[in-house]
Design a binder for this molecule. Structure first.
Ligand code: CA
Ligand code: CA
Length: 238
């Protein structure tokens, strides 16, 4: 075999690997149409960051989120007084303001890791342990938790049970233009370290009691952000 051909064949795997990396790292934009994420053009779109403040308790002045060392504090933006703080056993991975429970009031949305607990009914059922796989090696499970002000106090407005697929990141935006926010997430696996890349991009929406899956798109995703263009929202992934 000629030396040039042999060299070319040796370089072929590296070229394929580089091409795959280039595809994986290239940004892509997605628009939600019904229950499908369709490729979209991000031309002219600008980043829309997850808000970190809003009037969460309806007293006319805003509260600010402060995430430090995996602990979230909700502070009075003006005075700085702590209104609520996440429990010591939680590790808050990400937090922002949204209206994911679609009641017209903003709440704090938290991506939380905390010690795994089985469903209480499974503690006494003969065939319990149905979500035992929803935890990592360190017996930590991943949850989406909504914190807000209701009934005169700060409380969990909604706390999901351990997710089947833990999350690396989330975003909240009205992705289909129906006037209500959806929850977009990057999903991974409890058997992996909680670092990118994620194995799936999914969109969930509130059903009145919790979240229903709208769509899921398996793939290789390193990050997720929301773009805004002409009053509509796109998802951008790398
Ligand atoms: Ca709300
Ligand atoms: Ca919507």
């Amino acid at each position: 075999m000629p030396a040039n051909l042999r060299r070319a064949l040796l370089l072929l795997p590296a070229a394929i690997l580089l091409a795959a990396l280039w595809v994986a790292l290239s940004p892509a934009a997605w628009q939600l149409h019904g229950d499908r994420l369709l490729a979209a053009s991000p031309a002219g779109a600008t980043p829309h960051l997850l808000p970190q403040q809003a009037d969460l308790d309806g007293n006319g002045s805003p509260e600010c989120l402060s995430l430090r060392q995996r602990r979230l504090s909700i502070l009075d933006c003006a005075g700085g007084e702590t209104q609520w703080q996440s429990p010591a056993g939680w590790r808050v991975w990400q937090a922002g303001v949204g209206d994911l429970n679609r009641d017209g009031q903003p709440e704090a949305v938290l991506l939380v890791w905390r010690p795994f607990q089985p469903w209480s009914v499974d503690r006494v059922m003969p065939h319990g342990g149905r979500i035992d796989s929803h935890q990592n090696f360190w017996r930590q499970s991943c949850h989406v938790i909504l914190i807000g002000f209701g009934g005169g106090r700060w409380r969990e407005l909604w706390a999901g049970s351990a997710l089947a697929r833990p999350l690396l990141a989330f975003a909240a935006a009205d992705l289909d233009g129906d006037g209500w926010q959806e929850l977009a997430v990057l999903e991974t696996d409890y058997r992996l370290l909680q670092v990118p890349p994620a194995a799936g991009l999914a969109v969930w929406e509130w059903n009145g009691f919790g979240f229903d899956l709208v769509t899921r798109r398996p793939g290789v995703y390193f990050d997720l952000r929301v773009l805004q263009a002409d009053g509509s929202y796109l998802l951008e992934t790398h």
